[in-house]
Ligand binder design. Structure first.
Ligand code: SF4
Ligand code: SF4
Length: 487
């Protein structure tokens, strides 16, 4: 009835019905553009923001430090790294299980860059491509004016590729240092080489490799399908309403119908118009009506295309951002909070808590203690001396004055250094330390073995905040030697 009424309507009535049906509809494409803009601004601005003098994220190989959410960690403190990696991988697994390749369609730099180059530069700015609704049709490069436009498109993208490359390196070299280094390529050939190499790769990738990167190179596309289940959100074609267009499974699938007439002859209720708008708009050149495919990057362009086609007929889209359970098999609503997803989020929460607990134990100074090669020295008076090299590092944001004491052995005292010493923020200092125990004090200590001692080092100007405890050994000579000296 509805279909007959639609078929009998005048073009004006059809247009009005489409207008009415699509009133207030915002295509996913527009939502994605806003999301891309937000992601781009965030990624560009983040390296410039500092909290308490430290970046939100900076992994500096040069200064051997990690800055995360305004907290600085020395390379020696990278016990947090496994937690960060666990968060990254568990996060990817959880997001993929719930939203399929949502990352690819909504936040991956490759997709964003391709949209900038193909849809913005080539199509909107230069009109090299006729419409963003047809991504299959390549520009006619036999026309001289198109060659000029292509050259302009490449030049524009090359400029942006260098900006993107610089932005990438700001997460490893702070922007303020990056611009200084890059002005002296001879002094910083490795950084300069990587910066230019990354930009050249981006130019080749976005202009020539295109979505083949997503299909053949990106390892994520290989992993994601094993994480999917019946409730994973993705672009799904409704074969019950639209009609089966393909038969077979996997790579064996082949097309049954290309024309509406043929489809209706086999299935009079099939709603698919076989217009192929969903196919021509697809950046990875696949037909979503075939079912789940590795090549799908979840950009939802096919959902928008079919929403417009079916909206004109006053019907919902045949391609939905939904799950196989809901749209393909009509077996009820998509279950977002299922046991697998709850388990992922429970583990993610546990890792996050562990990360914050470990992070809160961060020490604001570092101390490495190395014993001198010679085990001990005995003076003619019978005093036993042990020498050490203490490496202090001020990991705080301001200068401090440091000293230390031996916490658990009153028989051993500090001979050198006599006074506290200052270290500037972020700097290290090596201090030669001599501890001693005289003959009388050493009484009761058994010789020829190391005695475990606890060094309590601290900033004299902030003893509660900047403080560490370290174990060390004090070596005593053999008992016989001690007795000899005591005589
Ligand atoms: S089938 Fe194509 S257009 Fe549709 S979401 Fe996947 S990649 Fe995008
Ligand atoms: S856009 Fe919709 S109606 Fe057109 S071919 Fe694709 S699924 Fe069928």
């Amino acid at each position: 009835m509805e279909a007959a009424a639609t078929q009998n309507s005048t073009p004006k009535a059809k247009k009005n019905m489409a207008k009415e049906y699509l009133k207030g509809w915002v295509p996913y494409r527009i939502k994605r553009y806003w999301f891309y803009a937000a992601v781009t601004v965030m990624v560009m601005v983040m390296p410039w923001i500092k909290i308490g003098g430290h970046h939100i994220f900076l992994l500096s190989f040069d200064h051997k430090k990690l800055e995360f959410l305004g907290v600085q960690f020395d390379m020696q403190e990278l016990y947090l790294m496994p937690f960060l990696l666990m968060l990254l991988f568990l996060g990817i697994f959880a997001i993929t299980t719930v939203g399929g390749r949502a990352w690819c369609g909504w936040a991956c730099p490759q997709t964003i860059f391709r949209v900038i180059y193909r849809d913005l530069i080539e199509t909107k700015l230069l009109h090299l491509r006729k419409t963003i609704k047809n991504k299959q049709k390549e520009p006619d490069m036999s026309k001289p004016e198109n060659k000029v436009k292509k050259a302009i498109a490449i030049a524009l993208w090359s400029l942006l590729a260098f900006v993107a490359s610089a932005n990438f390196f700001w997460y490893f070299v702070p922007p303020e240092e990056f611009f200084v280094y890059i002005q002296n390529p001879a002094e910083h050939p490795i950084l300069f080489g990587f910066f230019v190499g990354t930009a050249l790769f981006l130019i080749a990738d976005i202009i020539f490799i295109k979505e083949n990167f997503c299909i053949y190179v990106c390892p994520y596309s290989r992993v994601q399908s094993v994480l999917y289940d019946d409730d994973t959100l993705m672009a799904v074609y409704d074969p019950i309403r639209g009609g089966e267009i393909y038969e077979g499974h996997g790579n064996e699938r082949h097309k049954l119908y290309s024309k509406k007439k043929e489809l209706l002859a086999a299935n009079p209720n099939a709603e698919c118009t076989t217009c192929e708008s969903c196919v021509s708009v697809c950046p990875t050149h696949i037909d979503i009506r075939k079912g789940l495919q590795l090549e799908c990057i979840n950009c939802l362009e096919c959902v928008d295309a079919c929403t417009q086609v079916m909206g004109a007929l006053g019907k919902p889209s045949l391609v939905q951002w939904s799950s196989e359970r809901e749209t393909m098999r009509h077996e009820g609503k998509t279950r977002i909070f299922r046991p697998k997803v709850i388990a992922y989020f429970a583990v993610l929460t546990a890792v996050l808590v562990a990360l914050f607990v470990m992070g809160s134990k961060k020490e604001h100074m570092l101390l490495n203690i190395n014993k001198e090669g010679r085990l001990y020295k005995i003076t003619p008076e019978g005093t036993i001396k042990n020498a050490y090299l203490f490496l202090f590092e001020n990991t705080d944001t301001k200068r401090h004055t440091y000293y230390f004491e031996i916490e658990d052995n009153k028989n051993i005292r500090i001979l050198q250094p006599k006074k506290p010493f200052g270290i500037n923020a972020g700097r290290k200092k090596r201090i030669v330390v001599v501890l001693e125990a005289d003959g009388a004090l050493a009484k009761g200590l058994k010789g020829n073995r190391p005695i475990s001692i606890t060094i309590h080092a601290y900033a004299t100007d902030a003893p509660k905040k900047v403080t560490v405890l370290r174990k060390a050994s004090f070596m005593l000579p053999p008992e016989s030697l001690l007795k000899q000296k005591r005589k």
